[in-house]
Ligand binder design. Structure first.
Ligand SMILES: [Zn+2]
Length: 402
């Protein structure tokens, strides 16, 4: 069994140890030491990283059978004596977040009677799950305020073993099995919270720096609370402030005015889009009238408009086709060329012709695809010049016969 030195001391990161066992774990070299400051993944807290005789420690786990701590290495370690070093930045980040979690958990109990039923800590996110989904914004603010007051009061955080019959006041969430055999390891935040926990913690709450809730997510009857402590809270603040400052600069206003400005901008945009749509409909009606006046009149009084456009919005061309054929005795064979040509073939309801078939034939010549109903068809997707498109439309007119 490994002596777990981090239980009583979270701060020592350089130490000497003897190799108790050399082994292979999942095809990777590993060692068990007689004593270690390396924290193995457990209780929602990730493992430490670092070096054993300058060989990187990739993972640290607990062996189920006897609770020994396995140091999984990037390459085989041959010596029996090791000089070890734990990565301090990662360890301290975990200490800040784990202690911060204890405080935030107790704060939510006191403010909202919400209990923590889950904890997750990784490089990407830090969350607790609360057993309630009815938290108000005011309650979250109040819990956050309380948590930070505890940080600023710089209270002592102590770890000690308690006998199994002396734990009535201890909050127990999930407990590593080996803790029960040795007694219960309890983390006591002076005058505020007592929780059974096997993780690494700061010695005084002031070291956490700041506890900031970022967002809530309802998950069934629970709420997931995303939060950050210490350097990660600062990094988050920097990133958000940078984004907010850029948004404000683009809007030419102050940061706190940006939401109102954005809403106004969105409303303006919607009003202008509606006005533009109205204007387009009106222009298209005039255009339809002009085109009908120039239309070729065929046998039976059928008016045919065959017209190609270049680089025009296809929805406008489609609208034009429907305006033209709202009149009786009319056929509209329209197309717009450009990156991807679009063709719209339409006829009035009183005209007897199959627009779908005519469009398929025309597009087959151009190498595109499309189809539709006898009264209206559309398709395209080919690259074609305006002249070639016009020629294809003219051939379609010719194919109508007299
Ligand atoms: Zn803890």
């Amino acid at each position: 069994m490994t002596e777990r030195l981090y239980y009583t001391d979270s701060y020592t990161v350089r130490f000497d140890a003897r190799v108790h066992e050399h082994l292979t774990q999942d095809n990777r070299p590993a060692v068990i030491l007689d004593r270690t400051f390396f924290y193995p993944t457990s209780g929602g807290q990730p493992h430490d990283t670092g070096l054993l005789n300058n060989i990187p420690v990739m993972d640290v786990t607990t062996r189920e059978s006897d609770g020994a701590v396995l140091h999984i290495l990037a390459e085989a370690l041959l010596e029996d004596n090791v000089q070890a070093q734990v990565d301090w930045a990662r360890r301290f980040d975990h200490m800040q977040h784990h202690t911060g979690q204890h405080i935030l958990t107790q704060a939510f109990v006191q403010v909202a009677d919400a209990r923590t039923v889950g904890f997750h800590l990784s490089g990407e996110s830090v969350t607790i799950d609360l057993d309630k989904n009815t938290l108000t914004e005011a309650e979250v603010d109040e819990a956050e305020d309380l948590a930070n007051r505890l940080v600023w009061e710089n209270r002592a955080v102590t770890a000690r073993l308690r006998a199994a019959d002396d734990v009535d006041d201890v909050r127990i969430r999930r407990l590593p099995k080996h803790l029960l055999t040795e007694g219960l390891r309890v983390i006591d935040i002076e005058g505020f919270d007592v929780t059974a926990c096997g993780g690494t913690h700061v010695a005084r709450t002031g070291e956490i720096g700041l506890i900031k809730v970022l967002r809530l997510e309802k998950r069934g009857g629970k709420t997931r609370v995303e939060f950050r402590c210490g350097a990660r809270a600062l990094a988050e603040f920097r990133e958000k402030l940078d984004a907010a400052t850029r948004v404000a600069a683009a809007l030419d206003c102050r940061v706190n005015e940006a939401p109102v400005m954005l809403n106004k901008l969105r409303d303006d945009y919607r009003a202008q889009a509606a006005a533009l749509k109205n204007a387009t409909v009106q222009v298209t009606e005039y255009e339809a009238t002009a085109l009908l006046a120039q239309a070729t009149v065929r046998g039976g009084g059928l008016r045919v408009v065959a017209r190609s456009f270049w680089g025009r919005d296809s929805s406008e061309v489609k609208l034009l086709a429907s305006k033209l054929t709202a009149e009786p005795d009319t056929m509209a064979l329209l197309g717009c060329s450009g990156e991807k040509a679009m063709l719209f073939f339409a006829r009035s309801t009183n005209v007897d012709a199959d627009m779908g078939a005519l469009l398929r034939t025309t597009l087959a010549e151009l190498g595109g695809r499309g189809g539709g109903q006898p009264a209206f068809a559309q398709g395209g997707g080919v690259v074609v010049s305006q002249d070639d498109l016009q020629a294809a439309l003219d051939r379609a007119v010719a194919a109508l016969g007299r």
